[in-house]
Design a protein around this ligand. Structure first.
Ligand SMILES: [Ca+2]
Length: 276
């Protein structure tokens, strides 16, 4: 008899324990975008597979097209890092196109705070991620930051498309900032299907990976992170001074990690607590 009176209590405790777990499960699957303490917005990119590389021609380093899998969700910046973001985190503005930069005669008194930061080295881009991660409000929230891998970048740029650009087979001046004389404020053109702005054009975006033109021949199918070493770091997406072909979703290029280029900027990945 005693056995039967104890059983419901055991079940009740088990149910209470499961109920306590439920909010955590719901939170981790929350699809809403994330905004950090600086107001930077991040889109949740759900794990999935895609065709990486050129499926319609392209350069030799984009071959062979192959299936790549991103096995974990990640949060990618909706915008390129702006000059205001960089100034707040790093306490300076190295941009070529700013009222105090080398192109100040062209910029004049225009407000460029919402323009992408440019003229930053890969090492400085990584330093930005580190300093942003170390901000007290971000540490308190348990968020860290890093550059995207090249595979994460192309997956996000394509946003489910298999065409040359996320806009189809053509990129027009209505779609992106390219083949022009200077960058534009971030978000000046329509976003791709996953809510990301300026993946094509405006500034090239530093990725975490070393560049190897033959990497796709031997890259792992899941979560490729690039070769262990190289002479340059991958940049993606083309820039304001690029022709459309350099802005293609699969186009690969590289810059030495120590080099500043007037077309190079960045976009970062936010890693929330519990997502490591
Ligand atoms: Ca870009």
């Amino acid at each position: 008899m005693e056995h039967f009176t104890r059983l419901p209590a055991t079940v009740a405790w088990l149910l209470a324990f499961l109920l306590l777990l439920c909010p955590a499960v719901t939170y981790s699957e929350d699809p809403r975008p994330l905004t950090n303490s600086l107001g930077m917005r991040f889109a949740k990119i759900s794990a999935g597979s895609f065709r990486m590389g050129a499926t319609d021609g392209g350069d030799f380093d984009e071959q062979p097209a192959h299936t790549a899998r991103i096995s974990r969700d990640f949060f990618l910046g909706v915008y390129e890092i702006t000059q205001a973001d960089w100034q707040t985190v790093m306490g300076e503005n190295p941009s070529w196109f700013s009222p105090t930069g080398p192109a100040r005669a062209d910029v004049g008194k225009r407000d460029t705070r919402c323009h992408p930061v440019d003229h930053v080295t890969w090492h400085e881009a990584v330093g930005f991620c580190r300093r942003l991660s170390d901000l007290p409000a971000e540490k308190q929230a348990g968020r860290t930051y890093r550059l995207p891998t090249e595979a994460e970048w192309e997956f996000a740029c394509r946003a489910g498309t298999t065409t040359t650009f996320s806009t189809g087979h053509e990129l027009s001046p209505r779609h992106a900032c390219f083949a022009t004389t200077e960058p534009k404020p971030v978000g000046s053109f329509p976003p791709n299907a996953w809510g990301l702005f300026d993946m094509h054009g405006n500034v090239w975006e530093w990725c975490a990976d070393w560049y190897d033109p033959g990497y796709f021949v031997r890259s792992p199918a899941a979560d490729p992170t690039g070769p262990p070493e190289g002479t340059g770091k991958v940049i993606r997406g083309g820039a304001w001074n690029s022709t459309a072909t350099y802005c293609r979703s699969s186009n690969r290029d590289f810059t030495r990690a120590t080099r500043r280029d007037i077309g190079n900027g960045l976009r970062v990945v936010c890693v929330p607590i519990g997502a490591l």
